[in-house]
Design a protein around this ligand. Structure first.
Ligand code: SF4
Length: 244
């Protein structure tokens, strides 16, 4: 499929806009902000304006939809590698346009991830009902203090799939209640100044996924570069998908 990505748990990425503001320690080394700066942008932080994308860019998912229809195979799209879709400061017109695009592409599985869990229910479309069939709603968890309250908000929101992106995992999460969660992604941080993830922290999450019958995807160990530490745990890949 056109628009492929290096993110192992999806098939493509789509960004309704570029730009965001940091909201927690998981944002400290925001790769999106660094990339934006590298290409000459200035779309991060309070007071900055988002980058609006062209109509031709917005047409891409419609092309992916046709390809998925032809192949009779749904495709996953991560929405927001360069933004947070639930950022209240984001352009409202673009978010409305995004929901329409999602309705127009039923063969795409939209993976909507946010660190702004309290905003989710306010920003869902009026006809959300028990959740769109083609939307997976997720929150990021980097530590207990910031992450677990997002999890508590998420589990109360109707959705066909609820998922956690535990990345970068910055500490042992100890006991976590995965009630209402269908899928968990775990990964370590990568890039200069990365914060090391301990194996016991990962094993603890996996153990609880197994006990609570939740699908699990181990993305990467992290390190100075994305592929530095690989993605094997005790010699094996773990790549499970939500059972829907
Ligand atoms: S929420 Fe995501 S995109 Fe926004 S600053 Fe944090 S890491 Fe970056």
């Amino acid at each position: 499929m056109a628009g492929t990505t290096e993110i192992a748990w999806t098939d493509a990425t789509f960004n309704p806009w570029w730009g965001c503001t940091k909201v927690g320690p998981g944002c400290d080394h925001c790769y999106a902000e660094a990339f934006d700066k590298r290409v000459g942008g200035d779309h991060w932080g309070k007071g900055s304006s988002p980058r609006i994308l062209s109509d031709s860019y917005w047409h891409k998912p419609l092309r992916w939809q046709r390809q998925a229809e032809k192949a009779c195979e749904p495709r996953k799209v991560f929405c927001g590698s360069m933004c947070d879709w639930a950022d209240k400061n984001a352009p409202a017109d673009e978010r409305g346009r995004l929901w329409q695009l999602i309705r127009d592409t039923p063969m795409l599985r939209w993976q909507m991830l946010t660190k702004r869990a309290p905003n989710i229910s306010k920003l869902l479309p009026h006809n959300w009902g028990s959740g769109y069939d083609n939307v997976w709603l997720g929150v990021t968890i980097e530590n207990r203090k910031h992450g677990l309250r997002r999890l508590d908000v998420l589990r109360e929101i109707p959705a066909k799939v609820r998922f956690l992106s535990i990345e970068p995992l910055l500490e042992d999460l100890c006991e976590i209640d995965l009630t209402g969660i269908h899928w968990v992604i775990v990964g370590g941080e990568s890039g200069g100044g990365f914060r090391k993830m301990e194996k016991t922290w990962v094993e603890n999450v996996i153990h609880q996924c197994r006990e609570q019958d939740v699908a699990m995807f181990f993305k990467q160990w992290g390190g100075t570069s994305r592929n530095k530490g690989g993605n094997l745990l005790n010699g094996y890949e773990i790549k499970e998908w939500p059972r829907v």
